[in-house]
Design a protein around this ligand. Structure first.
Ligand code: 5GP
Ligand code: MN
Length: 323
């Protein structure tokens, strides 16, 4: 963790840009909007940089906030990055305008402390939890709206409080957020109970492609750009699909690949942190957490699926040998 306090860092300048990783998720959006609210309450200007589609799930959370595109922001302002394990995660348009970001607030074990100031806690469920803990620790006042955004980040990144990343500290933080008057069921429904039939059509194709190998220990599935086109589903509709690969009986490690026209996105999950999904992702230029990691490779190699399957099987065998 950084030697400086969050308040000292946040309340230092008159204006900031705040950004999360590309393909924003609930933790990115929740953390960005929380920072925005904290700053606005103190008359500090904050531009939320949008570096990806929010989709129909996250858009309602962002509605009403002024957002700038990742090609039209003011690059002279100090940059705050949330939920990014390395600077590459913010995307090329932002990276090329900054030598070094001002502040990095994150919870990835693979975080390389890329900013001038780094508030990183790999034991936290989410970047939102890192922010919430700092607010509580430093007695920084925050409102119900900020609490809702922090809850969004914690709820989504902990997979609805199902992962081991949900610790006593997480629950303590959530208690403080609930004390601010948030309605947890409303936030839950806004994220998880707005499925579309297009999403279910995509899920049907995903489930058809599920395969299990390595004595039932590994599971993989995939979908392609064509599946998105034909079902009319949107990119963020795949949220949660990877959980199906892991939740099969006896499976220890699950992988989900999306084959797009110019890139392949992979999500990795394991039942136990010992399977070191972060290290497997690193082999492909990605990163993440021991039990939840991912990578994106920017090319389309038709043989990638089978190559990846072999690498995954090898990774699992090596860990079994060491255990
Ligand atoms: P997801 O599978 O939900 O996209 O990502 C799971 C975890 O791995 C998240 O914590 C996410 O930040 C991390 N992750 C996913 N893709 C990448 C990537 O390309 N690079 C890095 N460094 N981390 C990733
Ligand atoms: Mn996160």
């Amino acid at each position: 963790m950084d030697d400086k306090k969050l308040a000292a860092l946040l309340f230092k300048h008159p204006a900031y840009n705040v950004v999360g990783h590309v393909r924003p998720d609930g933790d990115c959006v929740g953390s960005q909007l929380a920072i925005f609210n904290i700053l606005m309450a103190r008359n500090i200007k904050c531009n939320i940089i949008k570096n990806g589609n929010y989709g129909s799930i996250l858009s309602p959370f962002v509605d009403g906030y002024a957002v700038v595109s990742d090609t039209q922001f003011d690059p002279t302002l100090p940059l705050i990055c949330v939920d990014c394990s390395d600077f590459k995660r913010v995307g090329v348009n932002i990276r090329e305008k900054y030598d070094k970001p001002y502040l990095n607030i994150d919870h990835h074990i693979s975080n390389d402390k890329f900013a001038d100031h780094n508030i990183v806690d790999a034991s936290a469920s989410s970047a939102a939890q890192v922010i919430a803990e700092a607010l509580i620790r430093e007695n920084i006042d925050f409102d119900k709206k900020t609490a809702e955004m922090l809850y969004l980040g914690i709820m989504t990144d902990s997979n609805r409080f199902a992962y081991d990343t949900t610790t006593l500290d997480t629950i303590k933080v959530v208690a403080t957020l609930v004390a601010k008057g948030i309605r947890v069921s409303k936030i839950f429904q806004k994220v998880y109970e707005r499925d579309t039939l297009q999403k279910y059509a995509l899920l049907e194709r995903f489930l058809r492609n599920v395969t299990v190998f390595e004595n039932g220990r590994c599971c993989m599935s995939f979908i392609t750009e064509k599946d998105f086109m034909e079902t009319g589903a949107e990119l963020l509709d795949t949220e949660g699909f990877v959980n199906y690969t892991r939740q099969i009986r006896d499976v220890e490690v699950g992988a989900f690949l999306e084959f797009h026209d110019n890139y392949v996105k992979c999500s990795l999950r394991s039942k136990d942190a010992a399977w070191r999904m972060d290290l497997l992702a690193k082999e492909f230029g990605g990163g993440g957490h021991p039990a939840a990691a991912g990578f994106i490779i920017e090319h389309k190699d038709p043989a990638f699926y089978s190559k990846f399957r072999s690498t995954l099987a090898e990774h699992v065998k090596n860990i079994l040998l060491k255990s």
